[in-house]
Design a protein around this ligand. Structure first.
Ligand SMILES: Cc1ncc(COP(=O)(O)O)c(C=O)c1O
Length: 451
C-alpha cells in the first residue's frame, strides 16, 4: 500500500477491528461462564409470568445468538442498530420496506445482479420507482438525484467490475435532496471500509461472504447509524420474517473472529495475482482497484483501508478462451460466491449476473470474456501457477482451433475458383450459424436461472 493516509487508516482500523472481532460475544454467558458465546437454538422463551416478558420471547423477533452477532457487526461498522437477516438478499429486500408506491430508489448500473433483479422487478410491479444510474457519470447522477429519490443505493467496489465511487460525495449530494443512503459493503467488510463514517445512513452485507469467510453459511446484516431508523427496519424484519437463524449466526460469529487476519492475507494474495495477470499475454484487461492504472484508484486509496481480494479480467479470445481457462484449472473452483478462504472463479454473465438482461449486462460492461475471481488465502504461488497453467493451456487450445479452421480455408482455395467460392460461402454461413447459436444460448431471460 503506497498511500500514506491509507497506511495510517489501516493501522488505526486493523488494531481496533481485530480486538472487536475476536472479543465479540466473549464472556457473555453469565449462567455457566462459557468463554465463547453459546448457541441458543430454542425457538421460544418463557415469560416470567402474566405479561412479564424477558429480553427474548420468540426467536423470529429476537434471539440471543443472532443478537450477539448483529451487535458485533454494528460495533465494527460503528453504527447503532444491527439486524441479522437470513441472506444478503433478505437485507436488500428489507431496504425495500422503506419505499412506498411514489418513492424512487436510485441503484447503480453495475450493482450485484440479484439486487438489480429485485429492485427492477419490484418496480415493474409498481411497488416503487427505480432509476438505474452510472454513479461515476456526474451528469447522470445529478439528473437522477433531481428526481428526489427516497433511497440511494451504493455498491463500491462494484460487482463484478470493481468500479469505485466516492461514498462521501454521493452521500452528501443524496442528503441534499433528502435521500437516505445505503451502502453494500460486502466486497470489503468493515475491516477495509466503514461507509457510515463516510456519511452513509445504512450499511449492509451479504455475510455469506467475507464476514463468515468459510463458504458454509448464508446470511445478511444491515446496520443503521440512527436508532429510530434501525428500530423501524428491525420491526419490518420481524414482521416479514426474514431474520437469520441462530445456527447461521453462531457460525458467522465464529468466522468473524478471524476477519482481520483473513482480510490481510486475502489482500496480499490479490495484489500479487493482479500484478501477475496484468503482465500476462493472455489477458486483455485487469480490473483491480489496487492497481495504480485503475481509473478510481485514488478514491479507493482514500476511502478504503485496503483494496480487497476481488478482481476481474478480460481474457483474449472471448468465451472460447474463458471455457478453456475453466477446463484447465486445478486449484480454482468454478463456483458462485466469494469471500471464502478458498479461491473461486466465475463467469459473471452466465452466473452471478444472470439475473440481469443481456442489454443491462452490456450497459454495465459485463462481456462474455469477463472472468471474476475471489482470491483465497492459499499459498499465492499456487494460485498464480494455477492461473498461469490454465491461461496458457486455454490460449494453446484456441490457437490450434484457429489453425484447424485456417487449414480448412486453405484446402478450399486449391479447388477451382467457382467451387471455392461456393464452399467458402457455405463455411462462412456455417460459422455465422454457429456464432448465432453461441450468442443466443448466452442470452439470459429475466426468469431464467435463479442466481
Ligand atoms: C455484493 C453482493 N451483495 C449482496 C449479495 C446477496 O447475498 P446472498 O447471496 O447472501 O443473498 C451478493 C451475493 O453474491 C453480493 O455479491
Amino acid at each position: 500500500m503506497s498511500h500514506s493516509n491509507q497506511q495510517q487508516n489501516t493501522n488505526k482500523s486493523a488494531n481496533k477491528l481485530a480486538t472487536t472481532t475476536v472479543r465479540a460475544g466473549i464472556n457473555t454467558d453469565l449462567h455457566h461462564g462459557a468463554v465463547v458465546a453459546p448457541i441458543h437454538l430454542s425457538s421460544t422463551y418463557s415469560l416470567k409470568g402474566f405479561n412479564e416478558k424477558r429480553q427474548f420471547d420468540y426467536s423470529r423477533t429476537g434471539n440471543p445468538t443472532r443478537s450477539t452477532f448483529a451487535q458485533a457487526i454494528a460495533d465494527l461498522e460503528q453504527g447503532c442498530v444491527g439486524i441479522a437477516t437470513s441472506t444478503g438478499m433478505a437485507a436488500v429486500h428489507l431496504l425495500c420496506q422503506l419505499l412506498s408506491t411514489d418513492d424512487r430508489v436510485l441503484i447503480p448500473h453495475d450493482c450485484y445482479g440479484g439486487s438489480y433483479r429485485l429492485f427492477t422487478h419490484l418496480a415493474k410491479r409498481g411497488l416503487f420507482k427505480v432509476s438505474v444510474v452510472d454513479q461515476n457519470d456526474e451528469t447522470a447522477l445529478a439528473q437522477a438525484l433531481a428526481l428526489k429519490p427516497k433511497l440511494v443505493l451504493i455498491e463500491t467496489p462494484s460487482n463484478p467490475l470493481l468500479r469505485i465511487v466516492d461514498i462521501e460525495k454521493i452521500a452528501a449530494a443524496s442528503h441534499d435532496v433528502g435521500a437516505l443512503v445505503a451502502v453494500d459493503n460486502t466486497f470489503l467488510s468493515p475491516a477495509l471500509q466503514q461507509p457510515l463514517l463516510l456519511g452513509a445512513d445504512i450499511v449492509f452485507h451479504s455475510t455469506t461472504k467475507y464476514i463468515n469467510g468459510h463458504s458454509d453459511v448464508l446470511g445478511g446484516v444491515l446496520v443503521t447509524k440512527d436508532k429510530v431508523l434501525g428500530e423501524e427496519l428491525a420491526w419490518w424484519a420481524n414482521c416479514i420474517g426474514i431474520t437469520g437463524s441462530a445456527f447461521d449466526s453462531y457460525l458467522a460469529l465464529r468466522g468473524l473472529k478471524t476477519l482481520a487476519v483473513r482480510m490481510k492475507q486475502h489482500e496480499s494474495n490479490a495484489e500479487q495475482v493482479a500484478k501477475f495477470l496484468q503482465n500476462h499475454p493472455a489477458i486483455e484487461q485487469v480490473y483491480f482497484p489496487g492497481l495504480s492504472e485503475h481509473p478510481n484508484h485514488d478514491i479507493a486509496a482514500r476511502q478504503q483501508y485496503g483494496f480487497g481480494a476481488m478482481l476481474s479480467f478480460e481474457v483474449k479470445g472471448g468465451v472460447a478462451a474463458v471455457k478453456g481457462l475453466f477446463a484447465n484449472l486445478n486449484l480454482f473452483t468454478l463456483a458462485q460466491s466469494l469471500g471464502g478462504v478458498e479461491s473461486l472463479i466465475s463467469h459473471p454473465s452466465t452466473m452471478t449476473h444472470a439475473g440481469m438482461e443481456l442489454k443491462a449486462q452490456l450497459a454495465a460492461g459485463i462481456t462474455q470474456s469477463l472472468v471474476r475471481i475471489s482470491v483465497g488465502i492459499e499459498d499465492v504461488e499456487d494460485i498464480i501457477n494455477d492461473l498461469d497453467a490454465g491461461l496458457c493451456a486455454s490460449q494453446k487450445e484456441c490457437a490450434s482451433q484457429q489453425e484447424t479452421s485456417h487449414a480448412t480455408h486453405v484446402n478450399l482455395e486449391i479447388n477451382t475458383a467457382d467451387i471455392a467460392k461456393k464452399q467458402n460461402n457455405a463455411v462462412e454461413q456455417n460459422n455465422k450459424n454457429l456464432s448465432v447459436k453461441t450468442a443466443s444460448s448466452q442470452l439470459t431471460p429475466a426468469y431464467n436461472g435463479f442466481w
